[in-house]
Design a protein around this ligand. Structure first.
Ligand code: NAP
Length: 225
């Protein structure tokens, strides 16, 4: 599969209302994909979905809190009205509570792990069986290059866990055309982080991973510049 083959593909992107998720949604829209823009803030995902449609795709906004099983199940019911999900981008993530570990409230740790690890797990758990059954799927987890940064222990631990999830599931998918990988984008200027590259500058190599060729390696953690 290459980028032009995204035409009419059903792609679900979490956290698609802002930042990197929105930039990926727009580029998928330009390639003619049917893009489900998932997230919690209705105004943001609706705006993103409208822009996807204007760009040449079909945008649909679906409210979803990836930490909440019921919300994920309800959102996916809506999303699958567009069609069975062929590509999943687990992009939603947070970095909060930047404090030394002993000062980090337990609730903050739990929230970061719930968003950055439980969320992708819940999404994969729900969507993967259909991909396996249909014999095709692509999953990309948005990780991060920071894995050992002081005062960001929960975020770092969550992205290490996401990498492990990616590799372990990659091994589980031997012999089926469902490919899962993770990507480590550089610092990006988004709601999450001020300064760095524009999200639009990194979408091309990310979409190349999304459009991984049949038979290419699964379970990779790919750093991009
Ligand atoms: N910015 C960087 O420097 C950088 C570098 C490397 C990797 N990353 C990773 O890139 C991804 C995107 O981040 P970004 O920089 O584009 O930041 P962002 O603009 O803050 O995007 C994060 C998105 O996640 C959504 N989200 C958060 N919690 C959610 C939940 N519980 N359920 C559903 N959606 C949720 C947010 O929307 P709602 O609040 O509306 O739900 C938001 O649209 C993250 O995984 C981040 O870790 C970022």
């Amino acid at each position: 599969m290459n980028i032009t083959n995204l035409k009419n593909k059903v792609i679900l992107i979490t956290g698609a209302g802002t930042g990197l998720g929105k930039a990926l949604a727009l580029v998928a829209g330009q390639a003619g994909a049917k893009v489900i823009c998932a997230g919690r803030r209705k105004d943001k995902i609706q705006q993103a979905a409208e822009e996807v449609t204007k760009a040449g795709g079909l945008g649909t906004a679906v409210e979803m809190d990836v930490t909440d099983l019921k919300s994920v199940e309800k959102g996916l019911k809506m999303a699958e009205k567009v069609g069975p999900i062929e590509i999943l981008i687990n992009n939603a993530g947070i970095i909060t509570g930047l404090k030394a570990v002993q000062d980090l409230p337990v609730e903050e740790w739990d929230k970061i792990m719930a968003t950055n690890v439980r969320g992708p797990y819940l999404m994969i758990r729900a969507i993967l069986p259909g991909m396996i059954q249909r014999g095709f799927g692509r999953i990309l987890n948005i990780s991060a290059p920071i894995k050992h940064l002081p005062k960001a222990s929960a975020y770092c631990a969550s992205k290490c866990a996401l990498d492990s999830l990616t590799k372990a599931v990659g091994y589980e998918l031997k012999g089926v055309d469902v490919i899962i990988n993770a990507v480590e984008p550089p610092f990006l200027d988004t709601e999450m982080h001020k300064g760095g590259k524009k999200a639009e500058e990194v979408v091309a190599p990310i979409m190349e991973l999304v459009a991984a060729e049949t038979g290419s390696q699964s379970g990779r953690i790919v750093k991009i510049g």
